[in-house]
Design a protein around this ligand. Structure first.
Ligand code: NDP
Length: 364
């Protein structure tokens, strides 16, 4: 992630305008372009948010679906105007190579399938927009990056919060010194997971809550400091020891990070309790916090420093975040720009996630 100070300042101003007057600035460039056609792979919860976001977009459209459930796919195809011959199964997915209405795929599958479908899509000549976490391991991430490079297609990881205007504004406030030198960061995210879902199976999820939701706190620590951690220490624990949900993985993880400047971060995630998305940055002369945050809407901040107080919520509603990230990727496809959150960004997080589990004594 390489944002210059000028870009942050510009984004801050733009984001403030966007929050104050949603949709006030017509996207003239987008209106002149052919929409980027997306094939959605895996028609679950997040795919639904994404497709509704694309419906609102001026740059994208849904042109194909890939699913293990034909009935569901046909129902969704009818809703989005996707022709029946643009519905694929996982087995015949590679035929998508011949579908000229598809420029990109959106990988919305369980984590263990991200690498395979990214690589197959790249071989079919399609750009790839892949959900987080990028894959199960840093080695898989590297294979995905290499495959997309070889095929000369773009690869972007769906880090929603890196496109969320109030979050960007807060990053700009912190980085421009509003709370003084940053000394410490706190972040957390978790929920009480349902039994039996793929997230509780190590083979499909890779690991526990850090892969799924802890990654938001990890990302936030990196975004707000603008630094990469040089030291990571972690502990893991399970309260509900006989609970089958935690037969294959730990319930909660807490980890600390040290950044080159000396900033320390304390983060946690769980699958065993309602741990609302929250983060706080402590500076020499004040603090800024966001909470609730990391959700699909309702992102809220408050802070204080040097006699100033701030409080703001982003009034935009779901699926605006999905529209925004889809639009960014479509713009990259249209213009040749590199996405703000490319595969390398996903690789970095997987490298740190591996270190967190290693430090906690958990074999992945
Ligand atoms: P769901 O379980 O709701 O959907 C996953 C879909 O993948 C299923 O509906 C199914 O689609 C397909 N699938 C294929 N094989 C399997 C399998 N063996 N087990 C289960 N599903 C399978 O998951 P989510 O939508 O919540 O998560 C998908 C991805 O999105 C994950 O990587 C997750 O981390 C990420 N995510 C990102 C979020 C964000 O805010 N960025 C939030 C939530 C999730 P079909 O029936 O069509 O074959």
């Amino acid at each position: 992630m390489a944002w210059t100070r000028r870009e942050f300042t510009r984004l801050g101003a733009l984001s403030t305008a966007a929050i104050a007057v949603p949709g006030a600035v017509p996207d003239i460039f987008a209106q002149q372009q052919e929409r980027v056609g997306f094939a959605v792979i895996g028609l679950g919860v997040i795919a639904d948010h994404f497709m509704r976001g694309v419906k609102q977009s001026q740059r994208c459209k849904i042109t194909a679906l890939v699913s293990g459930h034909r009935d569901k796919a046909e129902r969704i195809a009818a809703e989005y105007g996707v022709p029946k011959d643009s519905i694929y199964s996982y087995e015949d997915f590679d035929r998508i190579r011949d579908n000229k209405t598809v420029q990109a795929v959106y990988v919305a599958l369980p984590n263990s399938m991200h690498a395979e479908y990214t690589i197959r899509a790249s071989k079919a000549g399609k750009h790839v927009f892949c959900e987080k976490p990028m894959a199960l391991s840093s080695a898989e991430c590297q294979q995905m990056i290499d495959a997309c490079k070889t095929a000369n297609v773009k690869l972007m990881i769906a880090y929603r919060m890196q496109y969320e205007p109030l979050t960007l504004k807060c990053i700009e406030m912190v980085r421009s010194g509003k709370i003084g030198d940053v000394v410490a960061f706190e972040g957390q995210f978790g929920f009480n997971i349902q039994p039996g879902v793929w997230r509780t199976k190590k083979a499909l999820a890779g690991g526990g809550s850090v892969y799924d939701v802890g990654i938001y706190a990890l990302q936030a620590a990196r975004m707000f400091t603008g630094e990469e951690p040089v030291e990571i220490k972690a502990v893991a624990g399970t309260v509900h020891k006989d609970d089958p949900r935690f037969a294959e993985m730990e319930e909660s993880v807490e980890w600390s990070m040290r950044f080159p400047s000396g900033v320390v971060a304390s983060c946690a995630s769980t699958y065993g309790g309602q741990m609302e998305g929250f983060m706080r940055v402590h500076g020499k002369s004040g603090a800024l916090e966001m909470g609730p945050t990391f959700g699909y809407d309702g992102v809220t901040m408050r802070g204080r420093a040097k006699g100033e107080h701030w409080e703001e919520s982003n009034p935009e509603k779901d699926p605006k975040q999905f529209e925004r990230e889809a639009d960014h990727f479509a713009e990259c496809v249209q213009t040749g720009r590199t996405p703000k959150t490319p595969g390398e960004e996903g690789l970095r997080d997987l490298t740190y996630i591996e270190k967190i589990y290693e430090s906690a004594g958990i074999k992945l």
